[in-house]
Design a protein around this ligand. Sequence first.
Ligand code: 5AD
Ligand code: SF4
Length: 453
Amino acid sequence: MKSPPKTFHVKSFGCQMNVYDGDRMAETLAEQGMTATDDASAADLVVLNTCHIREKATEKVYSDIGRIRKHALRDHGSDPMIAVAGCVAQAEGAEIVRRAHVDVVVGPQAYHNLPGLVARAARGESALDTDMPVDLKFGHLPARRRVPPSAFLTVQEGCDKFCTYCVVPYTRGAEVSRGWNQVVDEAKALVDAGAKEITLLGQNVNAWEDDGKGLHDLIAALADLPALHRIRYTTSHPNDMTQGLIEAHRDIPKLMPFLHLPVQAGSDRILAAMNRSHTRASYLRLIERVRAVRPDIAVSGDFIVGFPGESEADFADTLSLLDEVRHAQAFSFKYSPRPGTPAATMADQVAPQVMDERLQRLQTTLGRDQAAFNAATVGARCTVLMERNGKLPGQLIGKSPWLQSVHVVGDAAIGDLVDVEIAAAWPNSVTGVIVKDEGANETGQRAKLDVAA
Ligand code: 5AD
Ligand code: SF4
């Protein structure tokens, strides 16, 4: 038995959806009268909102639990209540209680029940909920209050694609879209609370649908909110990229010129083994169609090296795909076998040293392309949404329309949309200079970026 917690700390790992979920859990606990603290070792309740996508992410949960307990005991002589939430909770369930003696286990579709589970744990009762109810948790969550200038909004969860390496269809369940009204109401609440930019989130966000309406209809409706300045969405699957969504990048100025569209690999043989249901050629054709309507769009992606059976020739196909696309940024990972997925038991698992070496070559090429993209924006005028303070006095860091981090020194505050000229480019960011005259605006900034060279 532990006394009911008065303070809590939520720590989120993994994707942006977990960041969103973590914020919503914090709001739910605050609604119950608990107080958030930044210091995990001082909190009565620590919520670890976990990620199961790769083995390293999963193992981190167990080492974190040990470390939190040690620090709480050393610094405060206390033994906090520990709740494991998120995808590890969903996948491992009671195994976590057995292995790490945590107090609460709550899956990603059940976190609206967190306060009740915490109360049960305080009474010394078992507190595990990994149900995936069809009626979504969102209806049970409290209203949004304090939000950052750039806010996340989950509109879709789950995945029906079953890529052979991926645990998401098992941990997050089948594809489910939140209803139109619910999403629009939450967007309005975010804007009322100060959000200038909203990023619509979903494991397959471009599969969002409600009553025949698609993501592009939703984006068009949100673009009508006067105080909302920018809209983004992530993550998309190539097969759900509709003509309507492509054209939205031409027709809706508030939709930012950025597209995160994972391709994973450049070899058709590997794409088939991954069950990606698109080919190299169909992906490249898609990128062409998007660039035809929005030439300056920044293309981002995810890549996996060392999928079972990947030969040097297959990997060379991935590198040549990079040469064709020229990504503005990308995430890249070594293949990690996940229990229960088809790829985990495939023959020809690739040796770790080979994966290391391929990842390095891939990242060198991606670094080249990112630097080239950043360099191509030098001289462009654009609007930057200021998000946080930089390290230097008077310095602010914001995001360009192309999602670059822009460092600016000058007269501006967090939450401001500021007209900037990009003055210098670095591997992972650019430097901007505030411009006082008119001439930079979200449409006007369809700069002549020669990024698809
Ligand atoms: N191993 C390595 N990377 C993976 N991803 C998903 N599952 C695995 C895995 N088993 C990557 C994919 C996906 C991103 C979110 O994580 O690139 O797009
Ligand atoms: Fe995983 Fe593939 Fe679904 Fe993405 S599309 S979440 S990689 S199964």
